[in-house]
Design a protein around this ligand. Structure first.
Ligand SMILES: NC(=O)c1ccc[n+]([C@@H]2O[C@H](COP(=O)([O-])OP(=O)(O)OC[C@H]3O[C@@H](n4cnc5c(N)ncnc54)[C@H](O)[C@@H]3O)[C@@H](O)[C@H]2O)c1
Length: 405
């Protein structure tokens, strides 16, 4: 039987590379497109992946030698090279496209006007180009996009956040009630998150207008760094972001513990966030591919998260395992000091996802990896220097907040 073809846009990245391998392992013909902009941003910021990632050429050669499975790689920008993207769809006629190819760090998107504009230009043009190319090619492609839980916002409500659509009851002029389902009101907390909420509007339109089959995955913060496939050889190693802009909270804490740096909690650490292990990310994407929307369905939205924690509790857990101290810093973000968060996540569970949780010993695995490569850590890149507003920047100069948690 002919293999299903899937194009992975952003397949050199933290989630994209393990996903490309997982799909290749599971019988898909995988084609990666990436302009390596993430590697270039590391160079621009003078930082690096904690793990020594290899070039795409070495990675895919090693994978082919180990498994016999070929992964093709095209180096171009999805935001800038519309015709290459369009021609690729026409030539390959892929069954599906997975779209990771966006600037994905909220702190980076708030650094300065260059980074704000780059994030908007890159992300919105990339997403819109993908949609236009699917329509113009006429190929029946299922688009799977990586969105974020952050599109819902982090304001405290008494609601359990539904998977994308909110049932509402509105009083009509005659006093009776209309029952509707609307897209959950967006509440972006950074320029990056704003691009993700705007992506969702593009999806809404192209689904309604052109009947495109689209799945949008509202993903929590990803932790972990290895999957069974990336663990198969040192040359397949995945990136491990630890710097103040790109490092995500739990991985950062585990790395900080490994290098003997206090855990950097922002504010009082009352931010409640949703999390998912990288091993579950790749499973969810495969499950989304295997369960595409039917023709005529609205955009399918899943909450791709497996558990919810406060930043403060994560720091305590990491401290218990590693003995690291915790330090409370002025919060560089403009956000509520504390919030609650309850999210529905039945859809992936009903498709068979068996969630990996924090208590299963995998934090120790990440800690071990961080320990193994701690000599590569650039200590002066650990603290987050991006601030959300000028006033916060002035207020933060040289200060830490009191140890209040
Ligand atoms: N990492 C997380 O915790 C997390 C959480 C929620 C959602 N997501 C979403 O998942 C997706 C992937 O995240 P990640 O952590 O793997 O990010 P990443 O930065 O490691 O990977 C993104 C990849 O896309 C590439 N890219 C960016 N713009 C491109 C363009 N115009 N053309 C071609 N390639 C381009 C980059 O070079 C990079 O390799 C993002 O869209 C992100 O918003 C990630």
């Amino acid at each position: 039987m002919e293999k299903k073809k899937v194009v992975v846009l952003g397949g050199d990245g933290f989630c994209g590379w393990p996903t490309a391998l997982h799909l290749s392992e599971n019988g898909y013909d995988v084609i990666v497109v990436d302009n390596l902009s993430r590697r270039k941003i590391d160079l621009d910021l003078g930082t690096n992946s904690l793990t020594p990632i290899k070039s795409m050429e070495i990675r895919i050669k090693r994978w082919e030698e180990l498994t016999g499975n070929k992964i093709s790689f095209y180096n171009f920008s999805v935001a800038d090279n519309y015709h290459r993207l369009f021609s690729l769809f026409v030539e390959l006629k892929p069954d599906a496209v997975i779209h990771f190819a966006e600037q994905r760090a909220a702190p980076y998107s708030m650094r300065d006007s260059f980074c704000k504009r780059y994030t908007v230009d890159n992300n919105l043009r990339a997403t819109h180009n993908v949609l236009c190319a699917i329509v113009e090619s006429g190929v029946d492609i299922h688009l799977v996009h990586l969105g974020t839980m952050g599109v819902y916002g982090y304001q405290t409500t008494d609601l359990t956040i539904p998977e994308g659509y909110l049932p509402v009851q509105v009083e009509k002029d005659d006093g009776s009630f209309a029952h509707l389902e609307i897209i959950y009101p967006p509440g972006p907390g950074s320029v990056y998150h704003t691009t993700k909420t705007q992506d969702a509007l593009f999806f809404y339109f192209y689904n309604k207008n052109d009947g495109l089959r689209i799945t949008d995955l509202h993903q929590g913060i990803v932790w972990g760094t290895m999957t069974p496939e990336t663990s198969r050889h040192e040359e397949l190693i995945n990136r491990f972001d630890y710097d103040g802009d790109y490092g995500t909270v739990l991985n950062r804490f585990l790395m900080q513990a490994a290098v003997g740096h206090p855990l950097t909690v922002h504010g009082i650490g009352g931010q409640t966030r949703a999390f998912i292990h990288l091993k579950d990310t790749v499973q969810c994407i495969r499950l989304a591919l295997e369960n595409p929307p039917h023709h005529g369905d609205r955009v399918k939205i899943f909450n791709q998260a497996t558990e919810v924690h406060t930043v403060r509790d994560l720091a305590r857990k990491v401290s218990e395992i590693t003995g690291a101290s915790i330090r409370y810093f002025k919060n560089p973000r403009s956000e509520a000091a504390e919030n609650n968060l309850r999210v529905k996540r039945e859809k992936f569970l009903s498709l068979g996802l068996n969630p990996t949780t924090l208590d299963e010993g995998l934090m120790e695995e990440v800690f071990e990896i961080a320990n193994k490569y701690k000599n590569r850590c650039l200590m002066d890149k650990i603290i987050c220097t991006s601030t959300w507003t000028k006033n916060i920047a002035v207020d933060m100069e040289g200060k830490e907040s009191p140890d209040s948690a």
